[in-house]
Design a binder for this molecule. Structure first.
Ligand SMILES: [Zn+2]
Length: 503
């Protein structure tokens, strides 16, 4: 069962084979750390976490790189305007690196809550200025960039004149781009063509983030870091580059152009994968529509767009219910359905842990053919989720197949006679498959639902009741149970209190 993935570069599903098996290099464009991540920002990391986990499940040795953009990403996503980091820093009277650190820490916390494994390498753009300057020099040496007044621009028309194709990823045509961008780029006279993009920008005197370079003090263009860092950590030709559909143009298009224009020409990744976008209540998320929700706002129930808090695992499961190339719409109803589905899968894990599916001795002998047929059928059910995962990571169909398997488990657990008609080996193999898909590949894990405070209050209530009924056995039992949890009960004149045991 080979893995197929949809490659945006070739516009078709292709069988995945790594450049250097069993190694797989995967690069995902990470966050620009100037504000808190919103719900839409979580989709890419979850999708590519599942892909990384699945590749590892298949036996590949994955090096997963997800960068941190802390310089070069300008307001408006083009080559003009203030740096996003610097803008926040100025507004909050902080050092830009303070802003970066603050939001990087919060981002990592949110990703960990969402069950996303940390990347193997998490390079920061500001830590790779040398590599970025090196790449610019390579492109200048090839004659595919030019310097103007301390800035360096990529020469798109010249790149195309050499038979390379700027636009091959996004399907955009340079002439079209020129027609659309001429007006908005008026005033950018340094560029020979409006389609050109900045590799290095000269820093204005008030610009906070600046580094020395052969062209004077300045800062790198936003697209450059991902080329420089993916090449450094994964090589000039590597396996998979991921990101949201909104990054396909211009960001990824420019990355490919930079890679092709370097001293070791290549598209960079062989496979370019793009996850689709999230809408909230049928609309694109935006601050003006009041449906802009950050991850923390959702987890804490602080968003006006949603009626209540939803847990990180609910959000993770919600995203897995759509194939990553399809758009997905978030709403209270959708999240409530996701929560239900997620809990059902967790109950499945609890069923497997309960031992109810273990063979019982002393069951009547079963017809051998029947046993073989039933076992075969169970094993076939347990293989289905993997077939769907291998088909361009079709998580919704994989989840549906896991539910089918769970349904079978539930009926086996309910009937000793039915359980006796399946071989214990088949049950064990199917159980292992369930755990592998749910926990290892989809990355779903149980979340504490009950509050420890509420449970403690409940226990103290039972204690008081037992005391007033003079049921001293029960009183002792509750005392001992709580003591084992590090809690001591104190009887006071006004009632019952608790304290941490100091033993
Ligand atoms: Zn990137």
């Amino acid at each position: 069962m080979s893995l197929t993935l949809y490659n945006t570069l070739t516009r078709k599903k292709e069988t995945f084979t790594p450049v250097h098996p069993p190694l797989v290099g995967l690069y995902l464009c990470g966050p620009t750390v100037y504000n808190d991540a919103h719900l839409g920002n979580a989709r890419g990391p979850i999708v590519f976490d599942v892909l990384t986990r699945y590749l590892r499940y298949l036996g590949y040795q994955v090096r997963y790189v997800r960068n941190i953009t802390d310089v070069g990403h300008l307001v408006g996503d083009s080559d003009e305007g203030e740096d996003k980091m610097a803008k926040t820093a100025r507004a909050q009277k902080l050092e830009p690196m303070q802003v970066a650190q603050h939001y990087t820490v919060r981002y990592r916390q949110a990703m960990s809550a969402l069950g996303c494994l940390p990347p193997d390498i998490e390079p920061q753009a500001s830590g790779h200025i040398t590599e970025q300057i090196g790449l610019i020099s390579e492109i200048l040496d090839r004659g595919l960039a030019y310097e103007v007044n301390g800035s360096v621009y990529f020469d798109v028309p010249k790149y195309n004149a050499e038979g390379l194709n700027y636009g091959r990823l996004s399907g955009r045509v340079v002439e079209e781009l020129l027609a659309n961008t001429r007006a908005e780029l008026a005033g950018q006279d340094e560029k020979r063509s409006p389609a050109d993009f900045a590799l290095w920008k000269k820093a204005a005197p008030e610009h906070l983030m600046r580094w020395p370079s052969p062209w004077g003090e300045g800062f790198p263009g936003w697209h450059l870091e991902c080329s420089a860092m993916s090449r450094k950590y994964l090589g000039a030709e590597f396996d998979i580059h991921g990101g949201g559909l909104d990054l396909m143009f211009p960001h990824h298009e420019c990355e490919i152009a930079q890679n092709e224009a370097s001293g070791t020409p290549s598209t960079g990744a062989r496979f370019w994968l793009h996850n689709n976008m999230l809408t909230v209540n049928g609309q694109k998320m935006s601050k003006s529509l009041g449906n802009f929700v950050t991850l923390n706002e959702m987890f804490q129930g602080q968003s006006a767009a949603l009626s209540q808090a939803y847990s990180p695992m609910t959000l993770r499961f919600f995203f897995l219910q759509a194939q990553y190339r399809s758009p997905i719409d978030l709403s209270d109803e959708a999240l409530q359905a996701a929560r239900k589905g997620f809990r059902k899968l967790m109950n499945g894990l609890r069923l497997l842990d309960s031992g109810k599916l273990e063979a019982r001795s002393g069951e009547p002998a079963v017809d051998a053919d029947k046993l073989a047929a039933n076992s075969q059928q169970l094993l076939a059910l347990s293989k289905k989720p993997f077939e769907f995962l291998s088909d361009d990571l079709n998580t919704p169909r994989a989840v549906a197949a896991v539910f089918d398997l769970l349904k079978r488990f539930n009926s086996l657990a309910a009937s000793p006679a039915a359980l006796a008609e399946v071989s214990p080996e088949a049950v064990a193999e199917a159980s292992a498959a369930y755990r592998a898909v749910v926990s290892d590949v989809l990355g779903l894990r149980d979340e504490p639902r009950a509050s420890a405070e509420d449970l403690l209050a409940l226990a103290l209530g039972f204690y008081q009741e037992a005391k007033s009924e003079k049921a001293y056995d029960k009183v002792d039992q509750i005392r001992t149970a709580l003591k084992s949890q590090g809690i001591v009960i104190k009887d006071t004149k006004t009632g019952v209190e608790w304290a941490y045991s100091e033993d």
